[in-house]
Write a protein of this length. Structure first.
Length: 175
């Protein structure tokens, strides 16, 4: 059985349990408290997907491979609510709110930004003036300012930052 197919089946199993209410617990509440919910140990439930904070600083590619070794990908972000959830997750683990890789990059072709988990490009939260690394492959990380909650900046992919992985509960490939 192809590994990708097997992974989809496992994810579908997790999803099915969650839908059946067998594993349902409260997820992050309005105060920003993190809950494991229906996610594996050390992952946190947004109500839709599972997220893991990775403190170790790695290049973008190593961070993505680390997520893949856990059956996940670097986090993709699809709306303001998800952005807020990830901000809360980072605040819980890193009060200094340093730089954190997300799964967005234009490593394949300059200017063609895509998510490493293959999800649609339906949301962007670039900081003013970004992305500005026009001269080659760049990777996106979260960056926080005093005056605003945070946004995305592109940087050279070999920089070493902390990261966030996302385990999608939804079934891939129509399974
Ligand atoms: Ca670029
Ligand atoms: Ca930049």
């Amino acid at each position: 059985i192809p590994a990708m197919f097997l992974r989809s089946v496992l994810l579908c199993g997790l999803h099915a349990l969650a839908v059946a209410g067998l594993l349902t617990e409260p997820s992050a509440d309005s105060k920003g408290k993190l809950e494991r919910g229906s996610c594996p140990l050390f992952w946190y439930d947004s109500g839709t997907d599972c997220y893991k904070y990775v403190a170790s600083q790695m290049t973008w590619a190593k961070a993505e491979l680390n997520c893949q070794s856990l059956g996940a990908n670097l986090v993709s972000i699809h709306d303001a609510g998800e952005m807020n959830f990830i901000t809360t997750l980072i605040e819980n683990f890193d009060p200094n709110k340093g730089f954190h890789w997300i799964g967005f990059s234009d490593v394949h072709e300059e200017g063609s930004w895509m998510w490493s988990d293959g999800s649609p490009r339906d949301f962007a939260f670039w900081l003013p003036g970004e992305p500005n690394n026009w001269d080659g492959p760049s990777c996106a990380h979260l960056k926080f300012w005093e005056v605003m909650k945070g946004g995305w900046n592109d940087d050279v992919c070999r920089s070493a930052y902390s990261s966030v992985c996302k385990l999608r509960k939804t079934c891939a490939y129509g399974l």
